[in-house]
Write a protein that binds this ligand. Structure first.
Ligand code: SAM
Length: 231
């Protein structure tokens, strides 16, 4: 690894880090490491104690769409490593005594105060029932999904898997949301099917597509925000 200087601007001087592999060619993991080391959101997440840079995407979406309020009940689909859980728990003032946030991921998520975390695949048949059980009979005010299906490299397959996952999240949201509730999901350009959008437009009073500044420009991800669940 070599360091070369670069100016961070506005008084904050930042060093741009270059990572070289032995044969001078950059592998995918080297590129990933270089991007992480130079990403201001990664540095800010570390400084503020967030478990992921993704935390800023929810903070930015919240600033624009006013999603989070104290006392809300929230389900977070694909919650690991836990940045959105941290943001949601702080904004809703959820505590371990009365947790109002439920998260699920098939990867392990280290504990986040005020959150119930299930380690499970959301597509498992029993996952929706377990999430509903964790809500203790209450409806949710907000369902978040930052899930992304792992890619296979086969484009038509990847597309179908992405669409299927968002559809499952949307179906779940319409089962558990309280009237007036909100659904936020990561989708990929070309990944929001007309049928799904049409269904959401019928079930919610307003729908938006948003790309928060923290979402990398070279990523096809964008977020769908559906507000005002009609029940
Ligand atoms: C971009 S990460 C989420 C980051 C998270 N919002 C945060 O702030 O830390 C996407 C997550 O979705 C999870 N995921 C993808 N498919 C899933 C599934 N079928 N069931 C549960 N989790 C899933 C992945 O394991 C991954 O941890």
């Amino acid at each position: 690894m070599t360091k070369s200087t670069g100016s961070g601007g506005s008084g904050s001087r930042q060093l741009k880090v270059r990572v070289k592999t032995a044969n001078r060619r950059k592998s995918g993991s080297t590129r990933w490491l270089q991007r992480q080391l130079n990403d201001p959101y990664v540095a800010k997440a570390r400084e503020l104690g967030y478990k992921s840079r993704a935390a800023f995407k929810l903070l930015e979406l919240n600033e624009k769409y006013r999603l989070l309020k104290p006392g809300m009940r929230i389900v977070d689909l694909g919650c690991a490593p836990g940045g959105w859980l941290q943001v949601a728990a702080a904004a809703t003032k959820s505590t371990d005594k009365t947790p109002r946030i439920v998260g699920i991921d098939y990867l392990e998520t280290s504990p986040v105060p005020g959150c119930i975390i299930l380690q499970k695949d959301f597509t498992d048949d029993d996952a929706p029932a377990l999430l509903i059980e964790a809500l203790e009979g209450y409806k949710a005010d907000l369902v978040l999904s930052d899930m992304a299906a792992p890619t296979t490299g086969h484009k038509p397959t990847d597309h179908l898997r992405i669409v299927a996952l968002v559809e499952m999240a949307a179906d779940f949201a319409t089962d558990v949301l309280a009237p007036g509730g909100t659904f936020v999901a990561k989708v990929f350009q070309g990944g929001t099917e007309h049928e799904l959008l049409a269904m959401l437009k019928r079930q919610f009073t307003s729908t938006f597509h948003a790309k928060p500044p923290a979402s990398r420009k070279d990523s096809a991800e964008t977020y769908l925000v559906a507000k005002g669940f009609r029940n």
